[in-house]
Write a protein of this length. Sequence first.
Length: 325
Amino acid sequence: MMKILVFRIPLLIMMLFISTVAVAKEDSQYLLTEKTYKALSTAQELMAAEKNTEAEIKLKALLKQTAEGSYERAVVQQTLGYLYSSQENYPQARKLFKQALDSNALPEKVSHNLQYNLAQLFLADEKYNEGIVLLEQWLKAETSPPNSAHVLIASAYYRVKNYKKTIEHIRVAIKNDKSVKEAWYQLLLSAHLELKQYKSAISILEILITQYPYQKIYWTQLSALYLQQNKEFTALAVKMLAQRLELGDAKTLINLADMYRYLHIPYKSAQLLTKGIADGVISSDFDNLNHLADSWLAAKEGQKAADILQQVAKLDDSGISDLRY
């Protein structure tokens, strides 16, 4: 079972307050009186100075001075909610954020951002279904939602055992991100395993082994899944190699690359050699570059093979390598 991502509430209180006021200036219906603005600014300064008790007293008093359902009250509720969330008093923060949203008094952009923060608070307090509903609404209103939002809702769906939705959202994040985090693959792997989708799980484990060859747990899991799929020889090869893994061992990586080619997975062999050379674990000498070129050729990646063979030719005084590209 993978470790589920921990939800943390951003403490950008001052920036969020400034954002609320900035949006308000664009529309005359969203205006604070000078008295309320000054009181809020004072409270924000107290919060920035970590004088939270004084800030809370100030905001509670200000709350009583604003009209129910007004823009001013919604801003005060929002600010007090951020104070409580910074103190990890999530139930009170949720209550105030919800009151601010339910008033329909905030500008659309501010309400949208607040909805996302309220969803995070629900998830932080393990109220996953409520958080999921808000996040789905938030995602529908976003033209280009960040990958972090898809990861967040995927993790929440995992908690409520909706593994199909977990896979749907985490795959979006993986597809759209250039630097996929290991935890994202772990979440996807766990969801496939829960659904007994073993072929898909094998594909994810093969990716993880290529990128994190020294994590022995992935080798153990892959060997077990190969056995489950009646691939005894492959499972044995994987298990034997896993027992020999040592951190920073170039020979092991080269043997692994050779095994990939032997198992008719040349593309993964080339990927592993490329990463090993880039990381400085495998030297870019004549033999290793030849192995890499052979792997790309076996994978029918002609251009990539040609690029490597050009490097090989520079290391070969005999001229024989020139005939290969």
